[in-house]
Design a protein around this ligand. Sequence first.
Ligand SMILES: [Zn+2]
Length: 402
Amino acid sequence: MRFARAIAIAVVIAAGAAGIARADGPPAPALTSMRTWASPTGTRVVFDFSVPVTPIAPDTGSTRQLTISVPHPGLVRGATVPPGFAVRDSALDSLRAVIEPTGARLLLYMQPGTRFHVFSLPAAEGKPFRVVVDVTLASAAAAEERRLASLATNKKRDRVRLVTIDAGHGGEDTGARGPGNVYEKNVTLGIARALADELNKLPGVRAMLTRDDDFFIPLRERYRIAEKVRADLFISIHCNSSKRRGSGSGTEVYFLSLKGASDQADADLADIENAADLVGGVPVQAEDDVVGVLYSMKRNTALQRSQLLAETLLDHVAEDRRISSRGIKQAGFAVLKSVEFPSVLVETAFINNPREVLLLKDPTFQKGMAKQLATGVRTYFERSGAPLAPDSSRATASGAGQ
Ligand SMILES: [Zn+2]
């Protein structure tokens, strides 16, 4: 299954986060990288700086040419940063960075019908200070909303269960990194796509992905996508990583805890996964957590079913003897906070473990794990009292996870 989407070209100009070394004294402040990430609804532009800067530009608006002034005398261009480059996707034509004695001017040439949003992100989680511009193509955003709405309509019409699969991380947010530069965001996408394929083979089940390419989605937006399509289940795919190099092994499946994590290690893991918004880049927001305010009955039902889903998925994944089972656990993962459906987060294996990373990056292993998870989903529907049938009736179609 492929999403209709904008041309997906990610132009990545890699550069070190550090400033440019001078013969004497500290390194000069520098623009160290500029890159773009395409998503179905637009393109994100990211400028890295070795020091905090104060960009001057309108926050939001619509224009064909946006100029962002960055006053900072002595600012230099990083060794690998070009004067500009063409992007030529549906949202953005090209970028330029002009360095002057007083600072920098960042120029964005936009396609017609776009809107922009400029914000800054402080250095966090190994990422430098960033100036970010989200360029949204209004027609693509509207088309994406229509696509999600039609998934919900078709689900109801065809009386099928819909499973939303969330490939963890993406775009700016690489997730954990294993030996040989294996990135969590790529492994999760591989397993998520394979799981969608396996679920789509089951009669009465349909799968959709929160992302089917390499771009970032904020944590809340991930379950909101599932809410928009009226999903019956939400499964977020991740890879674990331990602080100590090479240690840690096995699969664990999490569901939401409202009262803190099962233990300190689980709390630490939730903190790492919840930091995705800092790494991937979400502008500061003043939204309250939905949990704690809404629908305690609905929430309890969703939690009970989430626990059953976690147990069932782990039972089946544990059939692969190459990966040990670490059990089901609870922690405060932000991505699991919808009350509308059971949701779990699968930490498939440890990406920093030299043995498990070889499995994680292997498409055959990814497919095998997807098959076991899909069998787990089928068993879950049976255990939850609404088994799948080739001719699923309306009653069974709405029986689980509603
Ligand atoms: Zn992760």
